[in-house]
Design a protein. Structure first.
Ligand code: SF4
Length: 741
């Protein structure tokens, strides 16, 4: 038996549950992961990703040396033009060491940190001084720590004076964030995930919790089995939780608003409203009730394909429970009306008063490990850290003081969102983009268009572990430390701020993200000749968190010492505040909860004769997002290729058997992959996970945006599906080498 040199307690780098890990280290190599029973988040349980998905740290493809394109090292900026003219990413992965081809300006050249950072600082400063703030943009990272994200958004705001700062929250829960902000005045999960054990009834909707938040799904199943709680699943797919549910409402994708509004209609008509709560804690009830008139269960049935009687039953169960809660995922928010979709859930809680108490609440299950924290740290175009609007003078003044920016120096203009940043990548628009740890060439919708946009950038810096589908378009690559090689904090889905700890030093020359950013920021600051420094000399990430807490008062009471063992749930406004497991016990941040009348807006693309199926996309248990980590892990062997799920009735009509290669085509692109014939999906609906470059689901998805939240419609687009040949199946290695789809 191996004796560990040390065991490092830290937090899982995958989903928003935020499980506690113990990394067992021998000779600077993690050989085993366990979890302590005293963790209030996961009580010793881990899913397959947390338990086995750490070996990407040692994968031979990991980049651990800074790299720059040859044209930069030769000071040949004309060489950059070559990139666009010849679609250089086709050659983009070729390093100087592996080819006999004659060198091109676009070859990668390994270099040292000094050179790579100076090149990045020179080009970023040059573009900023030439084209101004609007030419600069940054993608922060929901996988990186709070401290990493804080310093990166600070660099772009304080030095480049732009709010073109965003991250993948835009692509997952932006609809939920806007809905909760509009109605309640804040966007975080209201309760603690483990409070599901206090629920008498709970709704799970738009969330395949078993695969996306496995440890929360364990608790949901325990609530049903041990406490007799009643679960209502509202989802187009027959997900595993349906086996435990009292009711399953298999609605058509994108029809949440009529279904949940019909439940509200029943609650009002049958006088199941919590009148005391509505009178004392809400506003806008009368206008809202008028708007509900048409949403009868029969009207909803005609749109959603869910029997009216089942809608009535769900409404009665939820409204009459002592404690009821709603848990939702991206099936609610990833729609061109994602804000309305999430508001339809908020209304149910306001009507019944199932909010503001333990065992109730509105609980958007956040996707990535630190999407909550990255949002809290201001990695968004409309907010400084702490959700302080950038266009409010009093907010800007506070951050100007902290960052020693001259009065009026910070931009008051709302920035561009992730999808908008790429749409603006053209002459006169965004010219320089900095991407820390995100992979838009897998995660943006309509990837063929995304690729065209990214090719138009003048300068792209990528900071990551691997040269992934986005990295092949970069001009400078900065190798980052993994979660197990750095210190910091993550904030999980229920607002628990937890420690991240280095188990061993970074591989090769890789460095923690916050150190890379601060080192680069100092060089940019020197080139810009600013009279004062915004401050980049942090000895340890704890100093960064203390800086955040000076203005973002939700974090004011959080120190590394206080979160040493089990973390702390914000808001924690003072150093002796015990944390906040349940929000809104007395009031909402905006005062009263607001009802907002809704109308039914269909998804942008309906199935028709030409494109007869609706495609919905999502994750599987074994993989994570664009696959940068899990596809470099041993767990890739458990789920090694993309599959499209199709219902047996549809498969029979189209002559498709389980395992057959099929071609799936939308109005924007096509992929070839194997079919999985399964009753997990419903008739007329097919499902593809979005982790696989060889059959990238986002080649098919629609880039139509929700007008308020700017979130794309990943959850519904029209597709064709027909048999293909074995030889049509693509080779993922060849695709990645080409850097193209
Ligand atoms: Fe990690 Fe999420 Fe799995 Fe927990 S449930 S081990 S946080 S991936």
């Amino acid at each position: 038996m191996i004796q560990a040199d040390r065991v490092t307690r830290t937090t899982c780098p995958y989903c928003g549950v935020g499980c506690t890990l113990e990394l067992h280290v021998k000779q600077n190599f993690i050989y085993k992961v366990t979890s302590p029973f005293d963790s209030p988040v996961n009580h010793g349980n881990l899913c397959v990703k947390g338990r086995f998905g750490y070996d990407f740290i040692y994968h031979p493809n990991r980049i651990t040396t800074p790299m720059a394109r040859r044209y930069l090292l030769q000071n040949d900026y004309q060489g950059a033009l070559w990139k666009t003219r010849y679609h250089a990413p086709e050659l983009g992965n070729r390093s100087l060491t592996n080819g006999n081809d004659s060198p091109t300006p676009w070859d990668w050249v390994e270099t040292d940190w000094e050179t790579a950072l100076n090149l990045a600082a020179d080009r970023l400063t040059h573009i900023y001084q030439r084209d101004g703030s609007d030419a600069m943009a940054v993608y922060c990272c929901a996988k990186a720590t709070n401290e990493d994200n804080y310093v990166l958004q600070k660099m772009f705001r304080a030095l480049f004076r732009t709010n073109n700062v965003d991250h993948c929250t835009r692509l997952c829960h932006a609809g939920s964030v806007v809905a909760l902000q509009q109605s309640l005045g804040t966007s975080a999960m209201s309760n603690t995930a483990s409070q599901v054990m206090l629920n008498d009834v709970f709704i799970v909707t738009g969330s395949n919790t078993t695969e996306n938040h496995p440890i929360i799904a364990l608790q949901m199943k325990a609530a049903v089995r041990k406490r007799g709680a009643k679960m209502i699943v509202v989802d187009p797919r027959r997900i595993e939780l349906v086996d435990f549910a009292e009711l399953w409402l298999p609605l058509k994708p994108g029809t949440n608003v009529p279904l949940f509004s019909a439940m509200a209609h029943v609650i009002v008509k049958e006088n199941l409203v919590n009148w005391d709560f509505v009178r004392t804690r809400t506003e806008g009830f009368e206008g809202y009730v008028e708007s509900l008139e048409k949403f009868t269960p029969e009207y909803a049935e005609a749109i959603c394909d869910v029997p009216a009687e089942n809608i009535r039953q769900a409404a009665r169960l939820y409204a009459t429970a002592k404690n009821a809660a709603i848990y939702w995922g991206m099936g609610i928010s990833q729609l061109s009306h994602g804000t309305a979709s999430a508001l339809s859930l908020v209304h149910l809680a306001l009507l019944t008063g199932h909010i503001g108490r333990d065992g109730t609440g509105l609980n958007p299950l956040r996707g990535q490990n630190n999407v909550q924290g990255a949002s809290d740290m201001g990695a968004m175009p409309f907010h400084y850290p702490g959700y302080m609007l950038v266009d409010r003078e009093e907010n800007a003044v506070q951050w100007e003081r902290l960052w020693k920016v001259e009065p009026g120096g910070l931009s008051r203009k709302l920035g561009l969102t992730t999808t908008e940043i790429l749409e603006h990548a053209h002459e006169g628009g965004v010219r320089a983009l900095y991407i820390m740890g995100e992979n838009p060439m897998m995660t943006e919708p309509n990837l063929n268009r995304t690729r065209q946009h990214i090719e138009q950038l003048e300068f792209l810096v990528v900071q990551d572990l691997f040269l992934n589908e986005t990295g092949v378009y970069a001009d400078v690559f900065l190798p980052a430390a993994s979660f197990a090689e750095k210190d910091g904090t993550f904030t999980n889905t229920d607002r628990r701020v937890q420690r991240v700890r280095a188990a061993h030093p970074p591989r090769g020359q890789a460095r923690p993200d916050w150190q890379i950013v601060c080192d680069l920021a100092k060089r940019i600051e020197a080139r810009l000749g600013r009279p004062t420094s915004a401050g980049w000399d942090y000895a340890h990430p704890e100093q960064i968190l203390r800086e955040v807490a000076q203005v973002n008062l939700d974090y004011a009471g959080i120190t590394y010492e206080r979160i040493e063992k089990v973390g702390l749930q914000y808001p924690a406004p003072t150093l002796d505040y015990p944390g906040t497991p349940t929000l809104f016990t007395e009031t909402f941040p905006r005062g009263r909860g607001r009802f907002i009348p809704l109308d039914y807006v269909p998804v942008m693309e309906q199935a028709d004769d030409e494109f007869p199926f609706i495609l919905t996309t999502g994750r599987v248990l074994e993989h994570w997002h664009g696959g940068t980590m899990t596809r470099h892990s041993v767990i890739d062997q458990v789920y090694p290729e993309a599959r499209v799920e199709i219902h047996p009735a549809d498969a029979e009509i189209h002559g498709i058997r389980d395992g057959d290669p099929v071609r799936v085509r939308s109005r924007r692109g096509e992929v070839v992959l194997r079919a999985s014939v399964t009753e997990k999906t419903t008739v007329g609906v097919v499902f593809i996970p979005f982790h696989f470059v060889e059959a990238a689901a986002n080649l098919l998805t629609n880039d139509a945006l929700d007008p308020q939240a700017k979130i794309p419609e990943f959850k519904a687009c029209a597709v064709q599906i027909f048999p293909a040949r074995e030889t049509d199946l693509p080779n993922p290695e060849a695709i990645l080498r080409r850097g193209r789809y």
